[in-house]
Design a protein around this ligand. Structure first.
Ligand SMILES: Cc1ncc(COP(=O)(O)O)c(C=O)c1O
Length: 424
């Protein structure tokens, strides 16, 4: 007899884009296969960072007091205090923001932080009203899509597309007519954006900040790839924070996804609410990540690690990947989103004769893993052909994997276009 799940169970055991992605990733990492994995969001292996993490682990292991703080105690439900203090000082030093450890809460990965924030700020309210989260530009991060305790938690807007030279393009926020309706509980944007590599400009972010403040709803900025760490940003932009901004950060893309440390920087009232939810759901947040990086946050070295090792590592990979994809797709209709940050190429295939979901399946049959673009439009109601014409391709892997992967992707794309010409 099959189990009957509760509504909650039914809702959260569906086959989601996040599940598909993480299952593919888990299998690729645990099986000895020759699969080309250009799918999930696993960070690349930056040798200098790996060495430093190893050294830091050895240092912790050598001191009983550090080991105790590492694994021997439950942390405060807001997260490990010394780390939060060090981070508040770092952000104040770097950007002049007026904040303390009381403006920072940790979560079990920023994914869990988004779950708490979205359902705190949107969904059903006591007066019977229903609020949603506005995503001012899609495509937007796949991981938000299925996080609502209620249906239709998101409402999203289509971007303007700016076509650039040399097969590139850029999404721009369509600020004309962008308004925060009464049923909006928060505005959210990832910067750099996963999946596109877009970095919304300072002017676009300032406009969102103003619109959100004028409407008295928080602006959530997902800074998982941004500054001051991990710094996977290739353009010159400024981060922002103020009492109306909820800035979400993570240790994952620094090379530490296994420690599951997410960081929320926000006004105290929001931090307090997160703390209460953490105490109920998990008592405390893990200390391994915070204790591991606390000293380099205190000393500011984490900024140097990012600037000196991580940014150049991914910048070079982005240039390499764009070169490889352009070479392979020569003569076919394609555009790549200008890679300004994060570690994905967002490939747009205008007029693609099959859906991107079908292309994903065909590639998977050949052990090549990407993510179909259609997953990245949570909350977009418009029937837009574009959403079935894109693929997200990670370039965090080795040059060999990227080269072979791009060749295989281009091969499948060409077959799709040629088959449709042949059938005309
Ligand atoms: C834009 C963005 N936000 C949040 C996350 C979640 O990261 P984590 O839960 O590992 O902190 C990811 C992971 O890929 C991401 O790409």
């Amino acid at each position: 007899m099959t189990m009957q799940w509760s509504s909650f169970g039914e809702r959260f055991t569906r086959r989601t884009g996040s599940l598909e992605l993480m299952e593919d990733l888990g299998e690729a990492l645990t099986t000895e296969s020759s699969a080309l994995f250009l799918g999930g969001g696993n960070p690349g292996k930056v040798p200098e960072i790996q060495e430093r993490i190893q050294a830091r682990l050895a240092e912790i292991a050598a001191h009983a007091e550090s080991v105790d703080r590492f694994v021997g105690n439950y942390a405060h439900p807001k997260g490990e205090l010394r780390f939060r203090q060090a981070l508040a000082r770092l952000l104040a030093r770097e950007y002049g923001w007026q904040l303390t450890a009381e403006n920072i809460a940790l979560t079990g990965g920023s994914q869990a932080g988004f779950f708490l924030l979205f359902n705190l700020l949107a969904g059903r309210f006591r007066d019977g009203s229903q609020k949603r989260v506005l995503l001012p530009v899609t495509p937007e991060y796949i991981g938000y899509a299925d996080q609502g305790l209620s249906e239709s938690l998101f409402v999203a807007r289509q971007p303007r597309i700016e076509e650039l030279a040399d097969h590139l393009f850029k999404y721009r926020i369509d600020l004309d007519g962008l308004a925060v309706a009464d049923d909006i509980g928060a505005v959210c944007v990832s910067r750099p954006t996963n999946p596109t590599g877009n970095v919304i400009t300072d002017a676009e972010l300032a406009a969102l900040d103003e619109i959100a403040r004028a409407s008295d709803v928080p602006l959530i900025v997902d800074n998982a790839y941004g500054q001051p760490f991990p710094g996977i940003v290739f353009v010159d932009v400024e981060p922002i924070w103020n009492e109306n901004v909820i800035l979400c950060m993570s240790l994952s893309k620094l090379g530490l996804p296994g420690v599951r440390t997410g960081i929320v920087v926000a006004r105290e009232e929001i931090i307090d609410a997160l703390m209460r939810m953490t105490a109920v759901m998990s008592l405390a947040v893990g200390s391994v990540g915070p204790v591991l990086v606390e000293e380099i946050v205190e000393s500011g070295e984490i900024v140097e690690w990012s600037r000196d090792f991580i940014t150049p590592f991914y910048r070079e990979k982005a240039e390499f990947a764009v070169g490889a994809l352009k070479r392979e797709l020569e003569g076919f209709p394609f555009r790549i989103h200008v890679p300004e940050g994060a570690f994905f190429l967002w490939l747009w295939l205008p007029g693609l004769p099959v859906t991107s979901a079908e292309l994903y399946e065909r590639l998977k049959q050949n052990d090549v893993f990407v993510i179909s673009g259609h997953h990245f439009f949570p909350g977009l109601e418009a029937d837009w052909a574009h959403r079935n014409e894109c693929l997200r391709i990670s370039f965090a892997q080795s040059k060999e994997v990227v080269t072979e992967g791009m060749r295989a992707i281009a091969g499948e794309v060409k077959r799709a276009f040629e088959a449709s010409l042949g059938s005309e």
